[in-house]
Write a protein of this length. Structure first.
Length: 247
């Protein structure tokens, strides 16, 4: 079955040199809808369909981790109706995860602060994470109420508490210690960062984890991003020299 899925992948892709962790800033849902004379909610719904296809394809290819920017800490500033729709869409995605990704062997995790989320959303996150915890395929991190700066502040506070309690000396704080306090603890850094809709900025996404990521900015809006576009991004990634500061 795995061979059947993989045989449809472009043979120009080096399957021995895949990014281990892909980050995706799914941008352009609203503009996609506006261009078609549709409400922004229609763009978000179409974006959710693209997400299913891309995660499924990444899993079929053997990608181990994918982190998608679903809702940032700044997105609360949007109109209440849009925020409510997004939250309901995310809730439906989590509720239907077993059916939506049936047979795809996807493990789902939510990363970000849960303090501002509803009790219902928090309960569903825990249920979905538990439901998919034993799956051995791709790990899908849904960045929900996520902010890169807030993540680093929280990690710093945790280490400061350890120092204040005498459990850690300041000179013992290392990169590894900081990484252990991030939402993505025990996961590799992002190798490939994809942002759709032509914007070329990080927008507070995974500031630590993308330090050495190859960044690709795609003009297409997220609802138009297809598995073949993922293949093209991976081909571009494989054509770059990753020296990590060396020569």
């Amino acid at each position: 079955m795995m061979f059947f899925k993989r045989k449809n992948i472009d043979n120009s892709i080096d399957m021995s040199n895949l990014p281990e962790h892909i980050g995706v800033i799914m941008d352009g849902n609203g503009r996609w809808a506006k261009k078609r004379g549709l409400p922004r909610s229609a763009g978000h719904k179409a974006g959710a369909e693209s997400l299913k296809k891309i995660v499924t394809e990444a899993n079929n290819m053997g990608i181990k981790y994918i982190t998608v920017y679903a809702f940032s800490t700044e997105n609360w500033k949007r109109p209440k109706a849009e925020v409510d729709y997004l939250m309901n869409l995310l809730m439906d995605y989590l509720i239907n995860a077993e059916k939506t990704l049936a047979g795809e062997n996807v493990r789902i995790r939510a990363i970000g602060s849960r303090a501002e989320l509803s009790d219902e959303m928090c309960r569903q996150i825990e249920k979905t994470e538990k439901l998919t915890a034993d799956r051995s395929g791709i790990v899908m991190n849904i960045a929900l109420n996520y902010g890169g700066r807030e993540e680093l502040v929280n990690a710093t506070r945790s280490l400061c508490r350890a120092v204040a309690d005498g459990k850690l000396a300041p000179e013992d704080i290392t990169e590894e210690k900081i990484e252990g306090e991030l939402y993505t603890a025990n996961q590799p850094d992002v190798d490939l960062l994809i942002r759709t809709s032509g914007e070329q900025r990080l927008s507070n996404f995974m500031l630590w984890q993308v330090s050495y990521a190859e960044m690709i900015f795609v003009k297409k809006a997220w609802p138009d991003f297809k598995p073949r576009d993922l293949h093209e991004c991976i081909r571009i990634y494989q054509g770059r020299g990753r020296r990590f500061g060396g020569i």
